[in-house]
Design a protein around this ligand. Sequence first.
Ligand code: SAM
Length: 219
Amino acid sequence: MIPTPNLDHLSPGDYEHVYEPAEDTFLLLDALEKDAEFLRNEIKPCICLEIGSGTGCVSTFLGKILGDGTALLICTDINPYASAITNKTGYHNSIQLDSITTNLVNGLLPRLYHSIDILCFNPPYVVTTSDDLYLSKSILEKAWAGGIDGREIIDKMLPLVDKLLSDKGVFYLLLINENKPNEVCEIMKNNYHLQSEVLLSRLAGREKQLILKFWRNTR
Ligand SMILES: C[S@@+](CC[C@H](N)C(=O)[O-])C[C@H]1O[C@@H](n2cnc3c(N)ncnc32)[C@H](O)[C@@H]1O
């Protein structure tokens, strides 16, 4: 069993600026751990990318799974505090993370075109109004507010997945039932020929959270 990354370097005050790991974060960790052997032995990644890294807990955990330190672990977040904290979390857990403050992957394509072997996203998924999303004053609100169906940021990400994934690449996406996961799978299949499965699901209070896994037909 791989231990959850140590976040002792963070103070309660830090969580006023960055999303505190919660059940959704831990479900994504559990999904990566479930796939650990597959990731180590079959994917053997060169480049991993996490969108919306928050504290960096997920990418640090992925680094621990991969173990040998040969993969480049890139993280992005729209929140500059999150980018700084992500780097610190990696450092405090002896994992090298390269963190960039940007919207999704702005500025990184086309250099990362078809080169990401492991892609992760625990997105802002909570159903809100569009105004809550786009007029939100607090950076923390951007961590969870997802707009209509909780899908407004997710839907911006979907076309990028096909551009980012390598031939052997896999994409892990956290969703809740309200995000209409079946519809997301249909979009990915019909528009980008990406296969999918529900890797894990769990109830967190009244929220049904699930991890979808996507990969190319060619594998
Ligand atoms: C639900 S939190 C997940 C944080 C962390 N990955 C975890 O699992 O604990 C979503 C994260 O996505 C970031 N985010 C929201 N919109 C984004 C965007 N357009 N581009 C990049 N990051 C974004 C937020 O700042 C936040 O850190």
